[in-house]
Ligand binder design. Structure first.
Ligand code: PEP
Ligand code: MN
Length: 338
């Protein structure tokens, strides 16, 4: 951290900054310019201390971070990319992983037909929501444990890993027994109790970016999961809220290379929730692969007009199969495969 003192700051004020830095066990380097004093605060763990503790001191003008405020998710913590093994699927390796399925699990017929079509078109992980975080309490809330049991059945019958969202820490223990990956939804990115509970299981986690979260806050949330003991976090960009209202959310494609630069964790993209409309999903999916995403999470439904949630952004079986062909070409163009 770099602390820039105000012009005319007193020696006593400078000493107070130095004393506070030392109280955290940090080293201090004092630079006296012609009219300003700049204090460099050095240590491997300065990222864990908020800048406020220096900013509040009298005579301090600005405090600038050098270390990133996240640690375990940082590329400084681990300089090789993390690969996450789920059955025989690797997320974060050269092969791009497509995950697909309905927004909500509505019935066994709906889930199993979607899963079969998705897998036969090339999806290697099946998604499906059992606990649905809906904006209105009067909207369909999901089948809960019954839905989780159906996901388990998909896994057993098709032999593919399955992912579903957990919305509350109480659901984690049971869901971890039945599912291969636990998803944290955008609305829960900062639900720290939930993040800790998931980190204590042995299951990988897909951590969605919050609706209004910066990439730094997202990586700090990943730190919560990692700090609880697991090393298996997959980040998922799903669009953020901006002033633009032509799409449901603005897909921040640039977060993919930024995460790749700042973190060792794999990053996937959910083009469905960003687009908010099925006609826009393929373009966002293609852009995500071109930008270097390790995978995609796509909503597919047998009968989108009659879906109980997110029908408008869900792909039909044939649209999904066509998209898979396009993604294959893009993957090849950038030296990867599906
Ligand atoms: C979902 O994946 O169905 C979902 C609710 O996504 P998000 O948390 O990104 O809104
Ligand atoms: Mn959805």
């Amino acid at each position: 951290m770099i602390v820039e003192m105000r012009r005319g700051a007193t020696q006593e004020q400078v000493d107070a900054v130095i004393e506070r830095a030392r109280s955290y066990g940090f080293d201090v380097q004092l630079n006296r310019g012609t009219d300003k004093i700049v204090i460099a605060i050095l240590g491997s763990d300065t990222g864990s201390v908020p800048t406020d503790v220096f900013e509040v001191l009298p005579g301090v003008f600005t405090v600038t971070r050098i270390m990133r405020p996240y640690k375990l998710a940082s590329s400084e913590f681990r300089d090789t990319p993390t690969e996450i093994q789920i059955g025989d699927v690797t997320v974060g390796g050269p092969r791009i992983v497509i995950m697909a399925g309905p927004c909500s699990i509505e019935s066994w017929e709906q889930l199993s037909s979607t899963a079969q079509h998705a897998v036969s078109a090339g999806a290697r992980i099946v998604r499906g929501g059992a606990y649905k975080p809906r904006s209105s309490p009067f909207s369909f809330q999901g089948l809960g444990e019954e839905g989780v049991a159906m996901m388990r059945r998909v896994r057993d019958e098709l032999g593919v890993p399955v992912v579903s969202e957990v919305t509350d820490a109480h659901q984690v223990e049971h869901a971890a027994q039945e599912l291969d990956i636990l998803q944290v939804g955008a609305r829960n990115m900062q639900n720290y109790t939930l993040l800790r509970a998931i980190g204590q299981t042995t299951k990988p986690c897909i951590l969605k970016r919050g609706l209004s979260a910066t990439i730094t806050e997202w990586l700090q949330a990943a730190d919560y999961v990692l700090a609880a003991g697991t090393s298996q976090v997959i980040l998922c960009e799903r669009g953020i809220r901006t002033f633009e209202d032509s799409t449901r959310f603005t897909l921040d494609v640039s977060s993919v290379p930024v995460v790749k630069r700042n973190s060792h964790l794999p990053v996937i993209v959910d083009p469905s929730h960003a687009a908010g409309h099925f006609e826009l999903v393929p373009a966002l999916a293609r852009a995500a692969i071109a930008a270097g995403a390790d995978g995609l999470l796509i909503e597919v439904h047998p009968d989108p007009p009659n879906a109980l949630s997110d029908g408008i952004q869900s792909l039909t079986f044939s649209d999904f199969a066509r998209l898979m062909g396009e993604l294959e070409m893009i993957a090849t163009a950038i030296g990867r495969s599906l």
